[in-house]
Design a protein around this ligand. Structure first.
Ligand SMILES: [Zn+2]
Length: 326
């Protein structure tokens, strides 16, 4: 039996690169690039009322993430933070189209981020993969061209795709053909859905081929929908602190963890955005422990089970299970 959260080997499947780069590195990059940042805009305000408001923090952070050097260093920085949470496998997600403001092209962006992954693996020993986010608010042709590029690049580190950004104005049916474009190319799909109260978006996302759902909390009180998720082998990537800040949930009881645990509905706890949300993975689990919503034993079990839902090849999965998750 593990004695504390830190002892438990963990998996993290929902962590955004831009929202998780540490405040220290953001400030360092801003100084180097002579960019004046409004520091209070980097983290979510206590009065945040919605996902749209939460997403505004990214505008400030993205100002310093427009060079190849900053992208590479950001990846190493985020993976090191995960290492201090005793994470053994992480899928870091990023949206290439948000790093083009100063002229970087897709190839330069991918070369920088992939170099960051290589450096992060070499320094930490953690297994790292990338999820590539299309942005819901982008033109359809931009997103489909991104998936075409991904197919051509065939990166050893890209393990799947996602659609991030404002969910309410861009529900799954409005981006259906773009989603299909990615799925038809054979990419593993996880989708942000059910973060703004709409249960229908979660079920639509599954219908469109999502193997995992980012957040999904809109269905957490609906036993029928949860049983459907279980039957289809879908994992819910939940991010409790972020969900409270965006008002996706009113409080932690809305996660309905006791039902999920009792019924063995697949889910995992994640940070979402370590800096914007001001959290770590250990902190997320501590919060749930303090409220008696989960036990250390259950935390160990959900992390071990999550490997089955990670976007890994069979051999990588076996390696992580037997070598990293003990
Ligand atoms: Zn997210």
């Amino acid at each position: 039996m593990k004695k504390c959260i830190q002892d438990i080997s963990k998996v993290e499947l929902h962590c955004h690169l831009d929202g998780s780069i540490s405040s220290d590195l953001i400030k360092q990059l801003a100084a180097e690039q002579q960019i004046a940042l409004i520091e209070e805009n980097l983290i979510v305000s206590e009065s945040c009322e919605s996902l749209d408001e939460y997403l505004q923090c990214f505008d400030e952070i993205l100002k310093v993430l427009q060079t190849a050097d900053s992208l590479k260093r950001a990846v190493v920085d985020v993976v090191k933070q995960a290492e201090s949470d005793n994470v053994k496998y992480i899928e870091v997600r990023f949206a290439p189209m948000l790093h083009m403001e100063k002229g970087l092209g897709l190839t330069e962006i991918f070369e920088a981020v992939e170099a960051g992954v290589e450096a992060a693996i070499a320094t930490t020993g953690i297994k790292v993969n990338l999820l590539v986010c299309a942005m819901r608010q982008q033109e359809a042709t931009v997103n489909t061209a991104l998936f075409d590029y991904l197919q051509q690049r065939d990166s050893q580190f890209v393990c799947g795709i996602d659609f991030a950004g404002p969910e309410a104005p861009f529900p799954p049916n409005t981006i259906e053909s773009q989603i299909e474009h990615g799925v038809n190319k054979g990419f593993n799909l996880t989708l942000h859905a059910g973060e703004c109260g709409c249960m229908h978006n979660v079920m639509e996302s599954i219908r469109l081929g999502a193997k995992r759902i980012g957040h999904g909390v809109a269905i957490n009180r609906d036993e029928l929908a949860l049983q459907e998720v279980k039957a289809q082998g879908i994992l819910l990537e939940m991010c409790p602190k972020s969900n409270i800040q965006t008002k996706a949930i009113r409080d932690l009881s809305d996660l309905n963890l006791s039902y999920l645990l009792k019924e063995e509905i697949p889910f995992l706890i994640n940070t979402d955005n370590r800096t914007v949300t001001q959290t770590s993975l250990n902190e997320e689990y501590e919060l749930l422990l303090q409220h008696n919503l989960i036990t250390l034993e259950q935390i160990e079990t959900i992390n071990k089970n999550a490997i089955d839902y990670a976007f890994l090849s069979d051999s990588e999965r076996r390696y992580i299970k037997s070598n990293l998750m003990s």
